[in-house]
Structures are given as C-alpha cells and as structure tokens.
Design a protein around this ligand. Sequence first.
Ligand SMILES: O=C(O)C(=O)C[C@H](O)[C@@H](O)CO
Length: 254
Amino acid sequence: MTSANTFIARLGEGQALLGLWQALANPYTAEICAGAGYDWLLFDGEHAPNTSQTLLAQLQAVAPYDVEPIARVPVGEPVAIKQYLDIGFATLLVPMVDSAAQAEAVVAASRFPPLGVRGVASATSRASGFGARADYLARAHERVALIAQIESRAGLDAIDAIAAVEGIDALFIGPADLAASLGHLGQPGHPEVQDAVAHALARITAAGKPAGIFALSPEDARAKIADGFAFVSVGTDIGLLAKGSTALLEQAKG
Ligand SMILES: O=C(O)C(=O)C[C@H](O)[C@@H](O)CO
C-alpha cells in the first residue's frame, strides 16, 4: 500500500515488521533499542510513566535511526492526539477503540479543519519543523497514520465497522485487555482469547487493513507472523531488563 506515512508504506512492502515496546520512558534506553534492528518502537503513553517531555526526548533520541516511532496515546481524545502529533509522532496507536463512532472521532481529532478538529499550532510545533514546512497544515493528515487497538468484547463485536472507518490505517490486538474483557484476566493465552485473536485477524484481513498484535513471547511472535499478522511487538524494554538482570545473577551464581 502506498502511503505518505512511512510506517504504513513499510507495511506495504510485505514483510512482517517487528517492534519492541518502550515502557521505561527513558531516551537513553530508547536509543539503545533503536540501534538493535527493530522495525518499529512503541512509546507507551497509556501505561508507562510518560509525559510529553519524556516522549519528546525519546523521539529525538531515536530520530537518527532507521526505526519507526509509534506512540500509544493514553486515551483517544483530541487533547492527547493533538499533543502527540505536535511533538512529531506521525503514527499513533489508540487504545480501547470499541466502536466505529469512536474511531471516527479519533480520525477527526488527528485532522485540521475542515477535515477534523485538531488544534492548529504549526508555528510552534516540532511536527511542522517549527513552521518551516510550508505545506504542513495542508498535508499533515496524509502523513499521519492511526492504529485502532482492539482489546475488548465490544471492540471485537464492532471490528468490521471499525476497520471500515476511513482514516483508520491499521488495527492492533491487545491480548491482555482482551483477555480481561472476555473473563480471563491475566490469561491472554487462554484458548477462548486466542480464538478471539484469530477471529479478529480474519476480520481485519478481510477488511484489507494490516493487523498487529502484542506477542506473549518470541515463540508467540513467530506463530503470529506465520498466522498473517503484519506487525508484531515481540517484547518490552522492561521485560528485557527484568528477565536479563535476574538471569545474569543466576548465571553468575552458577
Ligand atoms: O492489552 C494488551 O495486551 C496491550 O495493550 C499491551 C499491554 O498494554 C502492554 O503494556 C504490555 O503489558
């Protein structure tokens, strides 16, 4: 698929894109991960202790690297979407999208009038090159990609309508929250949850849009790629540090 958004354009090349979740809210570790060879990094504004300032520092730290930065807004509302776009994120993951109406509101929040309701501050926003990009206001929406996160029974029930919304460029499955919504809190690998994941993949694919997922392990990541997911988060920075530090101590002890 051709797109002015570089992440969506790379998805169109046909290779599954592997990502790493950034929850440490730290530009130093983000830069380390940016050099590791992942296709994309997800900067989590929903669950990680991030602010616009910490997100900006991470975005600047990874800018020199060949990696696509994606930010998850804390909520799919105009204020957060405006702030994340203004500091320079072009690809946003929006959590808890449960209806087409909600998806349409998210799209409107990402676009300047008359296409939408995004507030205008291009003279001071990093996204516009602090005013240097003369065509920013006219073309910003072409470069923005929105990924709707499906992570509830309501989202599953509305997935065809959500996937059909113009301006929603991809959909992403959150197995942890989906499991909770389906009555299997803490069990994202539960057969009922995995059946729902397979159903969601089939519906997203039928809609002609890329599907992404948060994998539960490297083995799960490989399985989800084989199933047809176009972009897969294979792990988290926190998981690497927590598991790696524990494993190293055990190795040292022998
Ligand atoms: O529901 C999910 O699964 C996700 O959205 C991913 C988690 O939120 C991520 O923070 C890892 O726990």
